[in-house]
Design a protein around this ligand. Sequence first.
Ligand code: SF4
Length: 336
Amino acid sequence: MIELIDRLMVRGRLEQKEISELLRFRKPETVEYLFEKARMVRAGNRRKAAEIWGRIPVSSYCKYNCKMCGLRRDNQFAKRYRMDEKTVLSCCMQYYRQGVRGFYLESGDDIALSEKNMAQLLLGIAERLENVKVVLAMGEKPLSAYAHWKQIGADGYVLYHGCANEQQFKKIYPSNMSPLLRKQCLWGLKEYGYQAGTGFLVGLPYQTMDDVAADICFIREFCPSIIDVGAFVPALHTPFERERSGNGEVVLQIIAIFRIMFPEAHIIADPTLDRVMQNGRFRALDAGADVLLVDALEGGWLEQYQVYERRTGRLSAPVDNVEQCREQLRMRGLSL
Ligand code: SF4
């Protein structure tokens, strides 16, 4: 395994079979060796520092019915809301006052978040706040909307490709969701100059390690600027509510592999990790991630945004203390 990791360091890539071999083999010393190499790559990339992005859950409506997601259209128990422009701006201000300069605007695939509404919102942010980064994760939109939003201030856009294995895709995602369309959206985002981001969930029902390796290879070919790998968390009132959570250790390994493959990409320490392991996001930083996604909004928004509400009650996800998060970055020698 050490040989595979060294090969990854030299070549910056591994073949699908090699990736799945590496992920299956989880001897602690080897995993630590992988993390060490990932941190080395991150440290060698001097142009980059760590960043904190504040998550703003803009809307909990979704037109799709993905089996693993608490926001799925048919979940009658999901609390539905859509923030108006004023509310989103006040969330941005809340983060701004805490020194956060990156906003991660996330929502279900909500058809009411139209090109026009979002454009107005982006202009509002640009008018009020300087030197901020806006990353959107709002699902599939017409290419014209992507182009327009980029022109007026969106910096990045994250859209999960789903599953590279189409058979697996059909088992998880609804029949009206097309893997091809998602890929077209991703290529469009790149073409319009976004920091284009993608990712996937680890530990979904039916997913094998070969499927995970195929997802990594898809991302390797796409060459994203932002990578977000989350852990599957069984959500209440979904067909998968009784399934087991994804393995956070595997997510950490994948983060390390991506760091070595893409020294300059932003790799998100995703909040789902805290729901499957203690200090999951901070451990992601130890594995090579460089963006800490924080939930530090007052107002109870995150309680309503129940993507991951669990059968046994929501695993504790208190509002983050941004200063403590900064301290965690400093402790790891990561500058802001
Ligand atoms: S995963 Fe995304 S697209 Fe699917 S139901 Fe959830 S929010 Fe909607």
